[in-house]
Design a protein around this ligand. Sequence first.
Ligand code: NAP
Length: 313
Amino acid sequence: MNKIENNVLIIGSGPAGYTAAIYAARANLQPHLVSGLEPGGQLTITTDVENYPGFGDVIQGPWLMEEMKKQALNVGTIFHNDIVTSVNFDNNPFISITESGKEFISKSIIIATGAQARWLNIDSENKFKGFGISACATCDGFFFKDQKVIVVGGGNSAVEEALYLTKFASKVILVHRRDSLRAEKILQDRLFKNEKIELLWDSKVIEFVGKENPQTLKQVIIENTKNGKQSKIDIDGAFIAIGHDPATSLFKGKVDMDNENYIITKNDSTETSIKGVFAAGDVKDKIYRQAVTAAGMGCMAALEAEKFISESN
Ligand code: NAP
């Protein structure tokens, strides 16, 4: 096994991970960063970003993440395109093993593994996942040119996905389980003004229906949550945009988490229940969940790791 002794191991490569890397590298800690399953994180599956400060014009999510990576590398981060498969926080230094067989022996750890898309978890959804059902309009919207699609959800993601899909689809139906949206007002205004978008309030998906060989999504069965009435709608695609779950299964039982599996950190700090292990970004934040707040927490984690290491020496 390839053993790597280091000051700081950063697990995850979203805005939190890259910012932690930039700060740790500039503090001369020679950080190692393991990128994980989705290098660049959730912003790599977004298009327009207009709320990350510092850019007068609209920028693209994947481009922003590439720039963050470049910046982290340029200041001295050691990058590993790998996946951490187990961690042991029982004693310091901490041990982390990766899929490719590396063993990191680290004085401190920054967990920045982010969050991943939530699914409806109905049987027929699994049948058509990747065959008409997607959780990423940016990735798959292009395949639905001049077709009819639904988007499920009522938050910012659902509204952004619905708006984005109007670039391709002939019609987009937003299916939401309540009679008001959770999305920001500015997004709601854009949604209501868009003639390609229809709203189905108080509605939930009961079943996806389609053909086998090749698997093709054809219809969705919707139930009205108020009167129980069911209806069938012909569709070509469905986008599920109902939120995210933190990517914390690797750390279960190793650091304290809340009942939704978000890592708990001390007030005004990224310190977890284990001294020397820090958590930043969506993995510990279910309130703000923004690239800029994740980046801010990445910075905090690196500064706290630096302080921890200098006080332990
Ligand atoms: P979210 O705000 O948690 O919204 C999830 C939506 O899905 C809610 O409308 C919820 O309904 C619905 N939902 C949840 N579980 C469901 C189920 N099983 N069946 C049907 N519907 C279900 O998630 P999000 O939209 O992904 O946003 C997450 C965070 O990222 C938010 O803080 C958001 O502001 C942020 N974000 C920001 C931007 C931006 O600033 N440009 C873009 C995307 C996301 P209820 O409303 O009834 O609970």
